[in-house]
Design a protein. Sequence first.
Length: 118
Amino acid sequence: MGNGVNLKKMTEAMRKLKSKLMRTGLIAQGTITERRIERRRRRGGRTKSNAEYGPYYQWTFKRKGKTVTVNLSGRQEKTFRKAIDENRNVENIISEMRDLSLEILNLKTEGVKKRKRG
């Protein structure tokens, strides 16, 4: 009786994970880095205060085993960051689904019977 109850709970959990996956928005892999540049200003041979430029955003990801870096505008950064966060959520959901699937498969199927040592 215990296996039937467990199987029902696991099947319901799988249904909920599938539902979460269906609500997924745009996804993108990679990392966004914020960069700032600091430079010394010089006027008339004397060093003035430091000037800071930026922020500049760079999106880095892998394509065919090669690292690709793309400069992004501030608007793009927000949209791409959301897509990267969404991708991480998808990866977590899929990981949970794999673990749960393995448990369900083990409950639903019978494995190889082990022989006793003589």
